[in-house]
Design a binder for this molecule. Sequence first.
Ligand SMILES: NC(=O)c1ccc[n+]([C@@H]2O[C@H](COP(=O)([O-])OP(=O)(O)OC[C@H]3O[C@@H](n4cnc5c(N)ncnc54)[C@H](O)[C@@H]3O)[C@@H](O)[C@H]2O)c1
Length: 258
Amino acid sequence: MTERLAGKIAIITGAARGMGAASAELFAREGARVVLVDKRDDLGGAVAEGINNHWAGAAVYVNADVTEPDGWTSIIDTTIDRYGPPQVLLNNAGIIRVQPLLETDLETFHKVIDTNLTSCFLGMRAVVPLMRVNGGGSIINVASPQGYEGRGNFGAYTASKFGVRGLTRTASIEFGPMGVRVNCVVPGPIRTAMTERKGWTEDDYAKAYGGYPLGRRGEPHEVAAVNLFLASDDSSFCTGADFIADGGVLAGKPREGA
Ligand SMILES: NC(=O)c1ccc[n+]([C@@H]2O[C@H](COP(=O)([O-])OP(=O)(O)OC[C@H]3O[C@@H](n4cnc5c(N)ncnc54)[C@H](O)[C@@H]3O)[C@@H](O)[C@H]2O)c1
């Protein structure tokens, strides 16, 4: 069977673990060369090494802060030096802070917005000029069910993910004529470090998610599969849209008593 990303070069942020790492591995399996971006060098380097052990030379790890324009300069420099201009950008790096709005200091609020939203703006601004002159591309910005509905104690995170959906729509309108598609993936809840709760057992997770339609947390590879579709030419007529992989969370409230 043909590899679905044969010949493509993909930048994936937040690739040291979780859904970013799962997407990097799947993209490489499907023939892409992948640039893994993160600040967790040990984990990120290990993910790249694991990929290279299977597909020699398919991965490179870059230490960069996606909230900084300089970080994007080094991401682009490494991508071009190593592989050439990118066709895919997965803006996946993210953080969460759970606290009431009145207890959230400005620094924390800015950090969440910068990491989850401003990074998407900086990433698109860095790659689109390259995509435009090199045959187009596909950008995937990671949103969340908290980009659709508010949630107590998730104020900064919710604001950032609503922003990601708005930014994606505008970007799709501006970049479509340049041959660049821009979509959101909407994961959640997924079994990653971000959703681990101290002291929780599998039973606790089963109780928390049991009332939703699929009754469980998702696995990172289940979102990576949606990212693969969006990165590939299979999604050639998709832009400005949300692709939801949330086990039914947004379909409605859990059953009574669940
Ligand atoms: N896990 C979930 O249930 C869930 C649900 C909805 C949306 N999301 C979103 O999915 C994305 C991936 O989440 P995950 O669950 O895999 O999380 P994760 O914490 O496992 O991975 C996020 C990665 O981003 C990196 N990162 C954070 N700030 C960075 C920065 N400034 N520069 C470079 N790298 C940085 C981290 O080091 C980490 O490796 C995030 O955008 C998150 O908001 C997660």
